[in-house]
Structure formats: C-alpha cells, structure tokens
Design a protein around this ligand. Structure first.
Ligand code: GLU
Length: 503
C-alpha cells in the first residue's frame, strides 16, 4: 500500500494556463488519485505587478474542463483555507520575522538605485552579478540608523555561504547545487507581499504537501527552498520536477507562441483555446498525459481511470519530450468515435449553434441531427468539423452554384436534366423514406437507365447539399427528409433547364 500523497497545483494568475502547466497539473492530480490522496489547488498571486484579472477564472475553467477536480482550493475551501496567497499575508510576515529572529534572514535596506548601481559596477568589473550582501553584515547600530532614516526594507534569506545542497528529485535523481552559487534571495518585499520562494515553502508546509510536483524551470529555486525548510526545521517534501516540452519539430522548448505543425497548421498553447476549437477534454487529457509519460510501451489510448491505476511519478522520463502534434487530431478523432450517438449530438450542439447561428434548444429538438450524426461520426477529427459538413441540413434553400456542377462526368447537360427528372419521379414514389429503400430505388434507377451509380448520385448530392463532398448520400437524404429533398431536386432541375434555354 502506498501512503496517500498530498499534491498541489499552484498557478499564478499572471497569464492564462499554458498546456505545459496543464500537463504538470495532470501529473500532480494523477499522483494524488493514484495514491488515494488529495489534490490541492492553490493560487499564487503575490506578483501584483503582473496580475491579470481574468486569468484566474480561465485557469479554473480550463482545469475543470480537462476533468481535474481538487479536494481543497479557493473555490471549494478546506482545512488550510485560504488557498489564495494574497489572503495569507500575515502568515508570511510572521514566518519572515521568525527567520530574522533566528538568524536565517535579514532586512535589506538597499534602494532600487543602490541596487542598480551595484549591478553596473559588477558589470563594469566583470564580476558576478547579484546582491553583494552588504545589508547582511550591518551592525545593530547601522541597522538602527537605517530604520531611523525611515528607509523601507525587504527581507532576504541568509543562504549558507559554503557547502552544497542536493535535491533528491524523484524524476531526475540527485541534483547538487553549490551554496556559493546561490543568491540571498528576497523573501518578503517592501509592500509586505512575500516572494514566490517564501510563500511556496510556507504554504507547502502548512498545507502538508508531501510531493512538490512542478515544471523543471523551478529546479533552480529548489536549493533556496531546501535552505528555508532547514531554517524552519521542517521536513522536506519529495520534489519532482517535470521535464519540459519541446516544439513539434523537436527543436527548442515550447513557448507562449502557437505551435507550428508539420503540415503547416497551428495548435494553440493556451489551454482555454482548446475547447472552442472542438477538442474533447478526455482526448486532450490523454494526449497531454502522454508527453513524457506512458502507460506502457504500446498503449496510446487510455481513459482517466486506467491512467490513475498505472501512474507512477518515477516513470516520467527526465529528458525533454517532444509535443507530438501529428497525434493530436488523430487522438481527438478516436475519442469522437468512442462517443455514443446521443453524446456526440450533445457535444456537437454548442458548436453547431455557434457556427450556424441556430439556438441550442432548436438543435436539441431537431431529429435530423440525430439521423445524420452516425453518418458523420467517422469523418470528424474535431467537433468543429461538423458545421461545414452538415450546414445544408438547416438551410432553407441550397445554393447549388453554377448549374454545371450538377453535371456528372461523361454526361451531357440534357442527359443530366433527364436524369434529374427521373430521380424526382422515382423518389416521389418511394413509400418508406429510409436508407435501404432509397439506395435500392436509386441503384435500380441507374440500372434501368443504363447509367453508372455515380451519374445518378452526384447530381443528387449537389442538388441537396450544394457540396461535392458531403456525408454519405442515403443518410443525408433521410436526414433532409422527403419534402425538402424533392424540393431541392426540383429547384436544381429548374436551374439547369433555364441555363440550357439561355444557350
Ligand atoms: N506559481 C508557480 C507557477 O506559476 C508554481 C511553482 C510551483 O509549483 O512551485 O508556476
């Protein structure tokens, strides 16, 4: 039996949620669920300058859309509330005071101008850039004098000057940092807000996080965090830094820019853009979980439950993983084909409503959608593919375009007009308007007239749908219905006859 883990995802509302972040959230969620533990959502909003008002709602919406749930968080509460850092300021201030009292941190009175000057000098002398610790060594008298001047201050961590610190990363193994390379990082800013370093450690400890799972860009911060844990005398959590994701080309890490796929199309990188583009959340979950982790050596399609069952942080590959753009649409299509017809219709309705301007309630009541859905399911890679494929269903009239488009290959315009007239006569006689009867009737007609099936089918397709490529013909005719089919065929015939007379 594994002990239940407490993991967290801790986004900052300084921007929207990136798919790299979403994938880290999936890993942290999977680990919590695999161990029957808890998953916590915490909002790290201490960077007031970069705060983006609408980011938080979008992040939460996106995580929920992906199918993640959390046991504790800003919107669901929990024993360690509040889960938003800006609401926890006294805790960080207290922690900073404690560190100062115990000699692990100090007030730094340097002004931005002084820091800039320090930096310039370091640059000019080709010295290492960074805070030179001048306030660390102030005497009590000098300190009192600075305070008497009314200077504002920040709190800095007094990192050990010698020795090293080793992070036992669950994914990448031990990673060692020399203390001499570390900065006396700011812990508390002049405005009383903590920096990330202080807040993350105080909160991960307070919230009893057992596994700190986050992107590898944070690994360079981990030694500072370990020093903080040591200073406070707290037990360390397990660290697991997830590998970064490379562009589809394999060259370079993904950034904030949309991804260019091998076929020249683009894929967004912000999670909230995926729903509107017709991706299924369960497909994206499967897809993202498979970047850097795999269920086994051959299974690509698996549901959440299976992923939970098999997930092990140790199986995450420490090397960077390429974003396999070529699999995304394929996988989405697989998931679309796994839907029942009722589910498919239900999922399609919001997209059809948006793209065709038809109210959702009207679509929900529309039998034609249910009839055509099985016929198009195979062809959909994204839910947005449906509207251009079946818009003809909902049109009052079809613009067949140039009447020449009605004319099949190796057929004259006059013959086509004749074929259309025969089709209309035959279909008007059909008593049961179903696929089998329509197929039998139309194939029979072609045979009787000595024509290839295509010579009969293609003018019908053009007349009824206005498209060369449309869903399978008989299902289309059933969905459109007898009356509209005949009406569209008659219109097409009229158009063709008119054009014949004009020549
Ligand atoms: N707030 C950090 C971020 O936005 C989280 C880092 C961490 O998980 O420790 O990525």
């Amino acid at each position: 039996m594994t002990t239940p883990a407490r993991t967290r995802f801790a986004p900052s509302p300084t921007g929207y949620l990136h798919i790299g972040g979403a994938r880290t959230a999936i890993f942290a969620w999977l680990h919590a669920r695999h161990t029957n533990g808890q998953f916590i959502l915490r909002i790290e909003d201490t960077d007031r300058k970069r705060y983006m008002p609408d980011a938080l709602d979008k992040i939460i919406e996106g995580l929920r859309w992906l199918g993640l749930d959390w046991d504790e968080g800003p919107d669901v509460g929990g024993p360690h509330a509040p889960y938003t850092q800006s609401e926890r300021l006294p805790m960080y201030q207290e922690a900073a005071d404690w560190l100062i009292e115990h000699g692990h941190a100090y007030r730094c009175y340097c002004t931005p101008d002084e820091l800039a000057e320090m930096r310039e000098k370091q640059q000019a002398n080709k010295e290492k850039i960074g805070y030179d610790r001048r306030c660390r060594w102030l005497t009590p008298e000098e300190r009192a004098a600075k305070e008497a001047e009314g200077r504002s201050w920040v709190v800095r961590l007094a990192v050990p000057l010698e020795g090293s610190v080793t992070i036992d990363d669950l994914i990448r193994g031990p990673v060692t940092f020399n203390n001499a390379e570390l900065q006396d990082a700011v812990l508390l800013k002049a405005d009383g807000y903590p920096t990330y370093h202080l807040a993350v450690v105080v909160d991960d400890h307070d919230m009893e996080i057992t596994h700190v799972i986050r992107g590898e860009e944070w690994i360079s911060s981990a030694p500072l965090h370990v020093h903080l844990y040591h200073a406070f005398g707290w037990n360390l959590p397990v660290f697991a830094h997830t590998p970064s994701i490379l562009k589809p080309s394999g060259k370079g890490k993904i950034s904030k820019r949309a991804l260019l796929t091998p076929d020249g199309s683009t894929i967004p990188v912000m999670l909230h853009e995926f729903p509107e583009l017709g991706y299924l959340p369960e497909a994206l979950f499967n897809f993202l979980s498979g970047i850097g982790w795999s269920l086994d050596d051959h299974t690509e399609i698996y549901d959440r439950e299976t992923a939970i069952k098999h997930f092990d942080l140790k199986d995450i590959n420490p090397g960077p993983a390429r974003f396999p753009a070529e699999k995304l649409e394929w996988m989405n299509g697989v998931y679309i084909r796994m839907l029942s017809i009722d589910e498919l219709v239900e999922r399609l309705i919001p997209y059809l409503s948006r793209d065709l301007g038809i109210p959702e309630e009207a679509l929900a009541r529309d039998e034609r959608l249910r009839i055509i859905a099985p016929a198009i399911q195979e062809r959909l890679k994204k839910l947005t593919d449906a509207a251009p494929l079946i818009d003809f269903l909902f049109a009052d009239e079809i613009d067949i375009g140039d009447p020449k488009l009605l004319i099949p290959r190796k057929t004259t315009p006059e013959q086509t007009a004749n074929i259309l007239a025969e089709i209309i006569a035959a279909l008007a006689q059909v008593d049961v308007w179903d696929e089998a009867t329509l197929e039998e009737t139309l194939r029979g007609l072609a045979a009787k007239m000595g024509l290839k099936a295509g010579q009969v089918f293609s003018p019908i397709r053009q007349a009824v749908t206005g498209k060369k490529v449309a869903p399978p013909l008989f299902a289309t005719l059933v969905a459109v219905g007898r009356e509209k089919t005949l009406q569209r065929l008659r219109n097409a015939l009229n158009r063709l006859e008119q054009s014949l007379q004009n020549h």
